[in-house]
Design a protein around this ligand. Structure first.
Ligand code: SAH
Ligand code: SF4
Length: 351
């Protein structure tokens, strides 16, 4: 038995051909799965009973199990989800007025071990499959009743941010597969402009994201030089800032129309002075990348050694970057009261 969610279109077609079916059946099934959002083969009413029975003998069609869920006072919605082998991850939905982003996880735990990150304090257990990644988005569509087949008018489940638990470029094959399912025009049809992948900078895999997906890229930079970055992100010793920025230059040659977002966590007394901001500006000007910043207020978690920067520092830092011509909004922390904000996710949940 094989999970049907997460197979690429080509894999589905060849599985159907192996079963002696015509390839147009794969297209019909694809639409049931990703346009209608059905959860059983029996709902695929334009297929014969016989074929539906064959499909349920060959494939599993399921969603992750909801273990617990919480809704924050700001409407941020978080689920602790469990997969068939009992492994758990968290998924977060961040609604805004006319859109909303599903923050998906890509691994159980993370091997990168950034010092400020709750997920990183938990060892890596395993990669998620493509099906487990895309089914997080599908589950949120189920919960909000937003499949095209439903009568819901004001659609909010519109964007995907690959910013949950895990380092997506340590699980690059499955992540690429999942994003291609998400953006497939015959299926979920999420626009590539509405998908952002965030990485700590696993340089060798960055070109594949450009070539094989074309989604927006975000880099977790968090420091203006290698000395500071290595102190909080040990991965910087393997892939230093210069290599990451070169990879970003190459990215923009392929995905030409989009800015690269540099995420910058504001850590009190560590990376939040005007001097840090000026160093950052000099770095960006040198590499001439179409860049914007996202200043992230640090979300504390039990046992972490850092404190968030004061608002004064954050806004002064932002002004310094904007003076140099870079957009540098301060990200509003969402869902803090339920530990759903960036860097706060864990697979034991936090309830
Ligand atoms: N592994 C990827 C994506 C997941 S982390 C990456 O590191 O980019 C998503 C974002 O949350 C990253 O920018 C990460 O640096 C940030 N983050 C981690 N811990 C945080 C914390 N405690 N407070 C705020 N943001 C945090
Ligand atoms: Fe992993 Fe990203 Fe957390 Fe670093 S910030 S430990 S890369 S999830």
């Amino acid at each position: 038995m094989q999970e049907i969610i997460g197979l690429s279109k080509e894999e589905l077609i060849s599985a159907l051909c192996e079963m002696g079916e015509k390839s147009f059946r794969a297209k019909q099934i694809w639409q049931w799965l990703y346009v209608q959002g059905v959860k059983t083969f029996d709902e695929m009413t334009n297929l014969s009973k016989d074929l539906r029975a064959k499909l349920s003998e060959r494939f599993i069609l399921s969603r992750p199990k909801i273990v617990t869920e919480q809704v924050s006072s700001d409407k941020t919605h978080k689920w602790l989800l469990e997969f068939a082998d009992g492994q758990r991850i968290e998924t977060v939905f961040i609604p805004e007025d006319d859109r909303g982003a599903v923050c998906v996880s890509t691994q159980v735990g993370c091997a990168v071990g950034c010092k400020f990150c709750h997920t990183g304090s938990q060892k890596i257990t395993r990669n998620l499959t493509a099906g487990e990644i895309i089914s997080q988005f599908m589950l949120v569509k189920d919960v909000y009743g937003e499949w095209p087949s439903s009568s819901q008018e004001n659609r909010q489940v519109s964007n995907i941010v690959v910013m949950g638990m895990g380092e997506p470029l340590h699980n690059v094959d499955n992540v690429i597969k999942a994003l291609n399912i998400a953006t497939d025009q015959d299926g979920l049809a999420v626009s590539k402009r509405r998908v952002t992948l965030s990485t700590s900078g696993i340089v060798p895999n960055i070109p594949r994201i450009a070539q094989e997906t074309g989604v927006k890229l975000a880099i977790s930079l968090h420091a203006p030089n290698n000395t500071k970055r290595s102190q909080i992100m040990p991965i910087n010793q393997v892939h230093p800032i210069e290599d990451i920025l070169q990879a970003c230059q190459e990215y923009q040659k392929v995905v030409t129309s989009r800015y690269i977002t540099f995420e910058y966590l504001m850590l009190d007394g560590f990376n939040d002075t005007l001097q840090d901001a000026q160093e950052l500006v000099a770095l960006m000007k040198k590499y001439k990348i179409g860049a914007k910043f996202n200043l992230i207020p640090f979300n504390p978690w039990p046992g972490c050694g850092f404190k968030p920067s004061s608002n004064n520092h954050v806004y002064a830092f932002s002004r310094e970057l904007e003076k140099a011509g870079f957009a540098a909004p301060v990200r509003t922390a969402r869902g803090q009261d339920i530990l759903a904000a960036c860097g706060q996710l864990k697979s034991k949940g936090s309830i």
